[in-house]
Design a protein around this ligand. Sequence first.
Ligand SMILES: Cc1ncc(COP(=O)(O)O)c(C=O)c1O
Length: 468
Amino acid sequence: MSNDSSSGRVAAELERWIDAANPGSKLPSTRALVARHGVSPVTVQQALRILVGRGRIETVPGVGTFTLAVRTARVTDFEWQTAALGAAHPLLPDAPLALQSPPESSIALHSGYPDRSLLPERLVRAAIGRAARSETVLSRPPSAGLPALRSWFATELTTVGAADVAAVTARDVVITPGSQGALVTVFRALVGAGRPLLIESPTYWGAILAARQAGVDLIPVPSSASGPDPVDVDRAFTETGARAFYIQTGFASPTGTVWPADRKQRILDLARTHRAFLIEDDAAHDFAIDETPIPLAAQDRDGHVVYLRSLTKSVAPGMRVAAIIARGPARDRLFADTQAEEMYVSGVLQEAALDVVTQPAWRTHLRRLAEQLGDRRDLLIDALTNHAPQVRVETPPRGGLNLWARLPDRTDLPDLISRCSRAGLIVGSGDEWFPAEAPGRHLRLNYAGPSPERYPEAARILAECLAR
Ligand SMILES: Cc1ncc(COP(=O)(O)O)c(C=O)c1O
């Protein structure tokens, strides 16, 4: 039995005891509970924490643990908040599907995160241990981030940069706690509420959310298997007067698209012509499988590209560190915004992240990860081909974590998703990735989650739910 279920069982038994006891009764000591329930002290502590959480007991340090009277809660009255809050923002969903935690027994293809078996766990644990013993625990790091980590991000970009592009320096880098917040910062500081932002369609749902949070006006630009058409981009810049375009040039979420080199160059030229920013989100940088795209930022001479690079998914979701790289006055605007928003990022996390990515074993890990992701991608594509022929993966991705799967046009997507969920398969609705109405029915299927051996079963469930 797992520790969690043991503590749940002890909590349930203790709750029966509490039901029969008077309020204020003292619980037996931890040692007595260990003996009575035949479990470890850790399990007893967990059970007690569960009961504290349920409001059944309270612990008085040095005295003991006591039962609490069951509260007879008055009916709450939140009506006053209706007037205080005003009209709801109609476009902000409260729980994007990609962040939901489904039951463990289900097959989860909806998440955007790699399974823990794909993380460099030993490197991360060792790095956290070292960082926890360092000075950073007790000190405030520089507001823009630890200089060594900023240099690492700068060097990574400079190394792949064109020869006629000035080296990126640590000063151009601002460390942030993840790139999601950085998106809000960039949209707020460089675009501003009520002003237009070009955005690929489909694109990362979190960027759509961040743009709405920043109040910017989204202008969708269709993006195909080779990125957005320069003619569309040119027209959108001209018609709207936009001065910024949010893009993903390498293994875009959700499609996995990599922009060809000449497309990148054309879009950079357009940014120069329209004197605009390109906000390049390179979230899948570490998930190359068959090719290693070079970010557009590496070709940018004059500060048109604002580059976002996150370590959340590749190092560990629990160690959320990212960087904004920007040059010129834009960098100062962005830095000022991050100061107002978060002041600085935990030095412990920064130091641990730097420790991980500077170990020789990190490179070995990324090479092995590429093989594992390639195998999983092929497995899921094969499973769909063999068991769900109605589902088409038009362009198998050459990196990233997801398949972008096209469904028959008449599919009722919400209905399909809830049928699948009832049958134990969790899939992400393609609709969440469109900044406007979706022109087709899609699912985003993550091949980096748990249990790849269940892909054939997942494909069969999907086919059955589609057939009904
Ligand atoms: C394309 C893209 N950008 C940004 C993010 C945000 O990542 P984080 O805030 O963890 O750095 C994600 C996460 O799913 C993503 O897929």
